[in-house]
Write a protein that binds this ligand. Structure first.
Ligand code: B12
Length: 216
């Protein structure tokens, strides 16, 4: 079986080089070579993580990070369609999930990947986007969302997840929903500490855990 090491390296390097045409070109080459959408996304995600490291070290600057993010977002338009086609989207609805990046946080790439993968796995996903007010999550759960997924990419915004869990408790809704949390600074320990139900390190892990929770 092909291991696509060359394509993975090309995708990673294109992300770090942060030029949108270069990123799209690497994605097209990987698709043409037969690499599946999930693996392409993971390779780009690894590249994006390194963009973050280089940004932290002062080797890349904000416009470069923005450009890499724009390239990944653009590539996701095609990859989302591939995911749906390759995943053979489940038609039997498994449940309703609300997804969003918490208040004060505009990082939405990872959250959007999770939303797409959950959709492919048969969930109806209400993706509220980014910088989502706390009350909106509560309203969606009140309206029947059995899964409440929150993403945070900053240490300053991850605390919002705890606030929303508190608001769900106050509204008597906490037991009606499975709370999922994720994003680079979030860990299993943090998930446990704030009383969330599922921590997902990646979109595939999230989907597997949610499917397992649904089947119980
Ligand atoms: C791209 C990026 C941006 C882009 C975002 C574009 C977009 N549309 O998302 C832009 C340039 C806009 C940006 C802005 C800023 N950023 Co920024 N950014 C990043 C960067 C480089 C990559 C994030 C990313 O997309 N990763 C790739 C995706 C695929 O991975 P992921 O998000 O982790 O998602 C996966 C998992 O976490 C999980 N997951 C994600 N969400 C969820 C949700 C649930 C429910 C579950 C279960 C799982 C799950 O599954 C995903 C897929 O596998 C990170 C560095 C890093 N190491 O994370 C910094 C980073 C997050 N940014 C940072 C900062 C500081 C900022 C700014 C404040 C910069 C500034 N000075 O203006 C602003 C924030 C403005 C705001 N109010 O939000 C810091 C945060 C530091 C901290 N300690 O909190 C980081 C860590 C960079 C750094 N080292 O300094 N950023």
């Amino acid at each position: 079986m092909a291991d696509f090491e060359n394509e993975k390296k090309a995708l990673h390097d294109a992300m770090v080089a942060y030029k949108v045409p270069g990123i799209l070109d690497a994605v097209e080459k990987a698709r043409a070579a037969g690499m599946n959408a999930n693996d392409i996304i993971n390779a780009m995600g690894d590249g994006m993580t390194d963009v973050g490291v280089l940004f932290e070290r002062g080797k890349l600057f904000l416009p470069h990070v923005l450009s890499a993010a724009a390239g990944m977002t653009k590539a996701m338009e095609t990859l989302n369609k591939d995911l749906e086609a390759q995943g053979g989207v489940e038609t039997k609805k498994k449940g309703v999930a609300v997804m969003g990046t918490v208040e004060g946080d505009v990082h939405d790439i990872g959250k959007s990947i999770c939303s797409t993968m959950l959709q492919c796995a048969g969930f109806e996903v209400h993706d509220l986007g980014r910088d989502v007010p706390k009350q909106k999550f509560v309203d969606e759960v009140a309206a029947g969302a059995g899964y409440c997924g929150m993403s945070a990419l900053m240490t300053t915004t991850m605390t919002v997840m705890k606030d929303v869990i508190g608001m769900l408790k106050d509204a008597g809704l906490r037991d009606k929903t499975i709370v999922m949390v994720g994003g680079a600074p979030v860990t299993q320990a943090y998930c446990d500490k704030i009383g969330a139900d599922i921590y997902g390190e990646s979109a595939s892990e999230t989907t597997e855990k949610v499917k397992a929770a649904t089947e119980v």
